[in-house]
Design a protein around this ligand. Sequence first.
Ligand SMILES: N[C@@H](CCC(=O)N[C@@H](CS)C(=O)NCC(=O)O)C(=O)O
Length: 219
Amino acid sequence: MIKLHGFPASNYFNMVKLALIEKGAQYEDVRVFTGQSEDMLSKSPMGKVPFLETDRGFISETAVILDYIDDTQDGPSFYPEDPFDKARVREAIKYTELYLELPARRCYGEAFFGSGPTPEHTKVEVRAVMERGVAALRRKADFAPYISGDAMTYADFVFLYTFPMASSVAKKVLDWDLPAELPGANALIEKLKARSAVKKVDEEARAGQKEFRDYYAMK
Ligand SMILES: N[C@@H](CCC(=O)N[C@@H](CS)C(=O)NCC(=O)O)C(=O)O
């Protein structure tokens, strides 16, 4: 059986877990935190989570894992069949990951973990990238009601576990109303949150908060 390694306070871990649950896949949830030990790097060479354990070895990087799950697991595909439409979904995933999640992450310390204030120059850099990212999504995402029209795709899973965190960073650290820049985004998040699979992922994320904070407090 496929094994998903990581921890449920990780937004990337939750994108993958949601895909597995929505597909109805059998999987084992293996608790692993991030790190640079030889054992960890032999499974996930950047020391990041999530990573997947298959009978042929380990796979890391969320977007790649989502593709692998789609290719190998039964259940519905959350990619369109048409190659152009599929590329559009992957494009939306990249915009979300590279130009919202990654820059916002630079401010997670202040926004979520009570670290000291983010340096001003970092805030300027982060906001500049996120402004271009959100403008790109305004051009590319339909929100009708999903990112790519009326079918839910992997782009929605990635967006669900990115946009609320990016919005919190924007509000708490950048004094910026990110949802106002992307009409339809919050309505999509609410629609997705009503799904039973999302409720399960979110419940497990809440339950995993203490373990996560205790683990990193000890480091
Ligand atoms: N590009 C990676 C990013 C995953 C990631 O950043 N995961 C965080 C946990 S949410 C992590 O492992 N951080 C540890 C680190 O950056 O070393 C992916 O798509 O899976």
